[in-house]
Design a protein around this ligand. Sequence first.
Ligand SMILES: *Cc1c(COP(=O)(O)O)cnc(C)c1O
Length: 450
Amino acid sequence: MNTGILETRTKLENRWLDDSAYANWIDWKWQIAHRIKDIATIEKILDTRFSSEERKRIQETIDIFPMSITPYYLSLVDPEDFRNDPVFKQAFPDQRELHVAKYDMADPLAEDRDSPAPGITHRYPDRVLFCVSNVCSMYCRHCTRKRRVGDIDSIPDREQLEQGLDYIRQTPVVRDVLLSGGDPFLLSDEKIKWLLDELNKIDHVEVIRIGTRTPVVLPYRITDELVEILKSSEKPVWINTHFNHPQEMTSSAKRSLKMLAMAGIPLGNQSVLLADVNDCPRIMKRLVHKLVMNRVRPYYLYQCDLSEGLEHFRTSVGKGIEIMESLRGHTSGFCVPTYVIDAPGGGGKIPVAPNYLISWSTNKVILRNYEGVITTYQEPDCYHHNACDLQCDTCNLHLKLDEAEEKSVVGISRLLADYDDTITLTPAEDDVFEPEERASEPDHSDGNDA
Ligand SMILES: *Cc1c(COP(=O)(O)O)cnc(C)c1O
């Protein structure tokens, strides 16, 4: 038995120690095969008994939103106080999930609407989200794609993955492909290798990103073989994982992160702000410290989406801003994630932060720092603004023309640009970004002329 694994054993793990569990604990396929999906097993492991009324309501919830917990992840729960446990709350159904609040939506991010090919969501100019797996080892209760959880019909087959790849091949603006799901690491090694190989063959793809929660819920999935596959990708593979609470950073999790980092894979983390789980500045600070100690850069802190049945997880936006206020300046800059709200209706991620710019005049700005010190920054009297006409070859700033791909500008940047006469943006009701327009036109501009 690997000693690194033994360290992770908690009080709860003692209840797993039959011969099979002992022998196979670190085998990820054993973990998958032994996922806990029913109430009775939970009762046995936690040595508890739900009332018949409670059982009935939990079962009703499972019937709609299935439960699946890896033995490893369940072993992180404190059995003495499981109802208040952050791991338990992320994994065990709550009858409040059946409550659909007034503004809840099945597909709040309009991922299905903005999908030009199976599994693809093309929302931003230069990158796509590619859902390559509908399977997860642990079903997060706060999943934004809850509508699809356990929906076996939508597991993409090779044919569908080919269609997604075709879209990427035919869409030269796509320089960044974000593999997500489900969890891409629940695919076989062969399938992952095949996907990476195919993406590597596409000239205009510059980076490949993978979003996976396996380091948190199934760290044994990070095997030497998998790491070898990721490492052998010619194009850089970046990985974003999803830790929400310091309790999740076990020695097994640390080991998996180290394996990835040592293979040269940059690691980021996307947390979701969850009521009664991590909506606390001290918990968040502890979490980001544990992340950077394990070579993981906190990337995003998400405001919980408006997916159906998540209202009990949602916090006020003010709580997120309070957390950001408690981090910036108080700890290392690279511990601070960007707090974002993913705009309902498919507007994409919008950063939200405390204000540091208090006021300004013609050539002076007034700022405040994290301590509340108010200061002034005097702007130069002589800053000469060179109006940009996009003629990079005559500009004295050096940008080689073949690297200056952008010839059009959208959004607020368009209002700021010297070379564009647009003075107002007036989005029409039906003026949503049409991904297929991008397929043929690398330099497509989708702003609106007034
Ligand atoms: C989050 C997301 C991305 C990636 O956004 P970044 O800010 O680049 O991390 C791309 N496409 C879709 C549809 C997304 O939701």
